[in-house]
Design a protein around this ligand. Structure first.
Ligand SMILES: [Zn+2]
Length: 154
């Protein structure tokens, strides 16, 4: 009788351990899924997920697409907004006695803002040139960033 109860107890302990382990694994997976859902940057399986996405991406041709209009994108529209602080001209009369402006000079001019747009729907996709480059190269992370920036615009 002694041996049977020891076996029974061992069996119960083993069953409890397996149950605890299963519950822990489930908890860990759910935790990880939540982290990945809210912030892809912190996802522990991020590199694996990216690899997987990249593979499926290259299977469909790897062409980046606009998250706003869904069109495939071969090139972007680069936009620059300039701020001209001050422009000077030489103002003098021409041969007919009218004002002529020449020798235009731009003082303290600087690019105020620059960004990259979709050539089809002109959604603003990137501000960073590195992101735009990676996007045209078909990198998944840049595609996700484009989706994020379009969502922010809405
Ligand atoms: Zn578009």
């Amino acid at each position: 009788m002694g041996e049977t109860s020891v076996e029974l107890i061992l069996c119960l302990v083993l069953a409890a351990l397996i149950l605890a382990l299963t519950l822990y694994v489930m908890w860990a997976v759910m935790n990880m899924a939540e982290t990945c859902w809210h912030s892809f940057e912190q996802c522990p399986v991020r590199s694996w997920a990216e690899q997987l996405l990249n593979q499926s991406f290259s299977k469909v041709g790897g062409m980046p697409f606009c998250p706003s209009c869904g069109e495939e994108i071969e090139c972007l529209v680069y936009c620059e907004s300039w701020s001209y602080a001050f422009i000077t001209y030489t103002a003098e009369l021409n041969g007919e006695g009218f004002m002529d402006y020449s020798d235009m000079e731009i003082h303290d001019a600087d690019v105020y803002e620059s960004w990259f747009e979709c050539p089809h729907c002109h959604a603003k996709l990137f501000e960073d040139e590195g992101d735009a480059t990676n996007f045209l190269r078909g990198e998944v992370e840049a595609q996700l960033k484009a989706m994020g920036s379009v969502e922010k615009e809405d």
